[in-house]
Design a protein around this ligand. Structure first.
Ligand code: ARG
Length: 571
């Protein structure tokens, strides 16, 4: 039974003179935080705008009109612009249990995406440059979105658009030719390549001839010169090896590592199509697409004065390639908000590439806010950035220290890793992605805060309760009436709303919605556990509470899984 659907129908029947769809009404229906406000509530504020009437009057009016006889509704109440619905509690419990029982361990899985392909591009660090905490953030958000889409039945693909192209590689090659033998690239290659890069840049600034040499080298690299290409490959391999360490810790995998260089021979087509469509104009020697009529003041540069391509051109070539190769329904880019303009530009220019609208409408920039480390903490250790791998390892070590005195934790190494990594992931996902963030590791590891370890801890508690009981009852053993008290029903309602929560997260490309949900659920279970004795002399009470514990375990575990976080066995 879908209570929201039933309520939406009742409301819809009363307001059929208004331009509003039933599905839209259903979307507005909320689940109040406090039980005194009913089990569901319909806010009348949007209707108020359409009807040009005060929300409290609409609520009162609806209350008079809605016929609650012969329905699962117990009563309705109009309060400050909301119409609150009270439902028979045992029906709520039965409904939630029935829904859960169909899927059990798979609870939350959905199939709305069947047949649709979603590309999620994320992480995309730059070769021979440090992987910074901004890259950590896109990796974590992107991986979660990938999980969410997969969970909903989409054919999801994870793409890593590596920054592996550009003049800086020619500079690196020139630097390496000069000082390569001074550096052992087998250990900490990225630090050393960064240093070589810094040195050659300084030299280029002083000596115009060196800069010219670098330009020549770039041409050689583009033309496939063996020496240059081999070195470039070596840099790429070394960098990838470093990135892989981070991906392994985070348990992140990519279906494709086609980076910018992959598109270098596919860019001419972009230039040709734009040229043919009359979209290219010359501005200070460069070829650009003017976008003023789209409300974008800065033109999109397609070809630089010297004829070489740029970042945007490679992105446009990637759009063509991805449309043809994957026939995507959506292509999502998880990239920091600093690149808002870039994506606005390329999404507009993509419309001039003779692509089907399906593709250009499916391009989505999922941006996120600035992230930095707290002043004076880890940020100063290595210049002004901290190595992400060190940060992750530090989190694991600290988690290990916290768990050290807990006897029940036997496999400390694995569990420290699950908790340390879980803490970092959760910290990056718990606020809406666009918010700027100061990343504080100690806060992330606070077992009593709104953190990953707190949610993990509650999930572990559900496991240990079930273990202590030694069995999981069947649905048939549950007497629904025994779960109608305030704390139980709260938990039941949250669990019932899991699938809906996932859909909202998907619609908004916002994993934080699932993170918040998991905190609410963990808190609700904590209250339930403290106030309701689970292991009980009364077997029927015990069965009901154990089943609810089982539902909580699965729901918590599956929501953490969507975020990319594991649940330890013990904690
Ligand atoms: N490599 C870029 C950076 O580190 C991000 C790439 C984003 N993706 C894209 N298709 N442009 O800033």
């Amino acid at each position: 039974m879908d209570f929201k659907e039933i309520i939406a129908s009742l409301i819809y029947d009363c307001i059929n003179d208004v331009q509003i769809e039933k599905d839209e009404i259903k979307k507005y229906i909320e689940i109040p935080k406090e039980n005194i406000n009913g089990d569901f509530a319909f806010p009348c504020f949007r209707l108020a705008k359409i009807l040009k009437m005060a929300p409290n009057i609409i609520a009162e009016d609806l209350k008079q009109k809605i016929n609650i006889q012969n329905s699962i509704l117990k009563k309705t109440e109009a309060v400050s612009g909301y119409l609150n619905f009270f439902i028979d509690k045992a029906s709520i419990v039965k409904n939630a249990i029935d829904k859960f029982d169909v899927q059990k361990e798979e609870y939350g899985k959905q199939d709305i995406g069947n047949g649709k392909t979603i590309l999620v591009e994320y992480s995309s660090p730059n070769i021979a440059k440090p992987f910074h905490i901004g890259h950590l953030k896109t990796t974590i958000i992107g991986n979660s979105l990938y999980n969410i889409y997969k969970n909903c039945g989409y054919n999801a693909m994870s793409l890593n658009h590596l920054g592996d192209y550009g003049t800086q590689f020619a500079k690196l090659i020139e630097g390496y030719k000069r000082w390569g033998n001074e550096y052992d690239l087998e250990t900490n290659p990225i630090d050393k390549l960064s240093e070589i890069y810094k040195r050659i840049n300084e030299l280029c600034e002083k000596d115009e001839n060196v800069l010219e040499e670098c330009r020549e080298t770039f041409k050689k690299l583009e033309n496939g010169d063996e020496f240059c290409v081999n070195l470039w490959n070596k840099f790429k391999e070394l960098s990838l090896k470093e990135f892989e360490k981070i991906y392994k810790l985070l348990n992140v995998k990519f279906d494709s590592y086609n980076g910018e260089s992959f598109y270098s021979d596919k860019m001419q087509e972009v230039v040709d199509i734009l040229e043919k469509n009359g979209k290219l104009t010359v501005s200070q020697g460069a070829k650009v697409v003017d976008l003023t009529d789209k409300g974008i003041k800065t033109p999109c540069i397609i070809q630089k004065t010297n004829g070489s391509s740029i970042y945007a051109t490679r992105d446009l070539a990637a759009i063509l390639y991805r449309a043809r190769t994957y026939d995507f329904d959506k292509c999502i880019y998880v990239v920091a908000e600093e690149q808002n303009l870039h994506f606005k530009q390329i999404f507009e220019v993509a419309k001039y590439l003779n692509l089907d609208e399906k593709y250009t409408n499916g391009l989505i920039h999922v941006s996120y806010g600035m992230i930095r480390l707290p002043e004076g903490k880890m940020s100063t250790r290595k210049g002004n950035f901290v190595k992400v791998e060190d940060l992750l390892n530090e989190s694991i070590t600290k988690a290990g220290e916290i768990l050290q005195n807990r006897e029940e934790v036997d496999n400390k190494e694995l569990i420290s890793k699950q908790v340390g990594i879980g803490a970092v992931i959760f910290e990056d996902l718990k606020e809406s992605r666009i918010k700027n963030q100061v990343f504080d590791l100690d806060e992330a590891l606070n077992f009593n805060g709104e953190t990953g370890p707190y949610v993990q801890y509650m999930a572990v508690r559900t496991k240990s309760v079930l273990k202590k009981a030694g069995y999981i009852p069947t649905k048939e053993q549950v007497n629904n009436d025994l779960l109608t008290d305030d704390v139980s029903i709260n938990l039941v309602k949250l669990i019932e709303n899991f699938d809906n929560t996932i859909l909202i997260a998907l619609e908004k490309n916002e994993p934080s919605i699932i993170a918040r949900f998991s905190i609410d659920l963990a808190k609700a279970y904590s209250t339930f556990y403290n106030e309701n004795k689970i292991i009980n002399d009364d077997k029927s009470v015990q069965d009901a509470r154990l089943y609810l514990t089982y539902m909580t375990k699965v729901t918590l575990t599956n929501s953490l899984k969507l975020l990319g976080i594991e649940v330890p066995d013990k904690m």
